[in-house]
Ligand binder design. Structure first.
Ligand code: C2E
Ligand code: MG
Ligand code: MG
Ligand code: MG
Length: 290
């Protein structure tokens, strides 16, 4: 009996692996054509400042509408893009789109909203970063200080000198650099002050486990660290008012997450921005200390 079941399980497992492998091959093949076939869309998720009760910027998040599989998550296709080198043309495209959109939504706005674009570590290997960013800025007429690059902390496993060298000309144009997913895994405190970051983004795992005393202690420490290093700090993955209250009491007023908004298509972002001038979020509309 057991033997029989074991064999069946083996077959199931085998089938499952085969399906995954086929999907992966299919995705890799189709990813090569996705740009030309216009299958990518950039969605935008607002970042919120609870102390001024206003949006402060927007993160660009890439979406792939695959003709057969439907919406494929960036967690699945970005690694494929990195392995195949397709990440370079894809990032170039996202940067161009994000800068044009950002220029447009700031027309007529009193306080401009910045845009941030996620940067794979492998883009640094291609040595195309400066060219990509400069041409996106030139073609969109966007000011450098309205563009932010989000780099995950795995960057510190890289050749830090080379990373600093590539970021230098961008910083000179005012482009901002943030460390994404801080605390998720590889943080090396040693390199924090070598790479010219302006902002730390606290990984969403800390909000998902915000009831845990040790996670709360770490969040307090990250916020203190950011203050000591003169960096801004923003919490990712904020979904409820308890998390907002905790962040406010810990001294972190910048937040991003489904509580404020999911990532949206450009047209929906425009509507959301109009509404956000009139509606304020209940928890953040009054001081938590008052
Ligand atoms: P990330 O840069 O850390 O982006 C935040 C992710 O958290 C996004 O997932 C966003 O939709 C999700 N998120 C935002 N608020 C909440 C919340 O309140 N709760 C929960 N559970 N999740 C929330 P998404 O869009 O699926 O992107 C996943 C990752 O893919 C991104 O993580 C980023 O590393 C990567 N990615 C997305 N677009 C690009 C891109 O254009 N280029 C590169 N290189 N990577 C990208
Ligand atoms: Mg990000
Ligand atoms: Mg993140
Ligand atoms: Mg992430």
């Amino acid at each position: 009996q057991a033997k029989h079941r074991g064999k069946n399980q083996y077959c199931l497992y085998d089938k499952q692996m085969e399906r995954e492998l086929l999907r992966r091959m299919e995705l890799e093949k189709d990813l090569r054509m996705a740009l030309a076939k216009d299958q990518f869309v950039v969605h935008y998720q607002p970042k919120w400042d609870a102390s001024s009760n206003r949006p402060i910027g927007v993160e660009a998040l890439l979406r792939w509408n695959h003709p057969g599989f439907g919406r494929v998550s960036p967690d699945e296709f970005i690694p494929i893009a990195e392995e195949t080198g397709l990440i370079v043309p894809i990032t170039r495209w996202v940067l161009g789109q994000a800068c044009r959109d950002c220029f447009e939504w700031n027309e007529g706005r009193e306080v401009p909203l910045s845009v941030s674009v996620n940067m794979s570590v492998s883009v640094f290997d291609s040595k195309n970063l400066e060219d990509m960013v400069v041409s996106a800025l030139l073609h969109s007429s966007l000011e450098g200080k309205l563009l932010e690059l989000e780099i995950t902390e795995t960057i510190v496993m890289h050749n830090v000198e080379d990373v600093v060298e590539q970021l230098k000309p961008l910083r000179e144009r005012g482009v901002l650099i943030s460390m994404d997913d801080f605390g998720a895994g590889y943080s090396s405190l040693g390199s924090l002050d070598l790479i010219p970051f302006q902002t730390l983004k606290i990984d969403k795992l800390y909000m998902q486990q915000s009831e845990s005393p040790s996670k709360r202690a770490i969040v307090h420490t990250i916020i203190m660290l950011a203050k000591q290093l003169n960096l801004d700090v923003i919490a990712e993955g904020v979904e409820n008012e308890q998390q907002i209250a905790f962040l406010q009491s810990a001294g972190c007023s910048m937040m991003q997450g489904f509580y404020f908004s999911k990532p949206m298509a450009r047209a929906d972002l425009d509507l959301w921005l109009q509404q956000s001038m009139f509606v304020s979020h209940p928890q953040t509309s009054q001081s938590m200390f008052g």
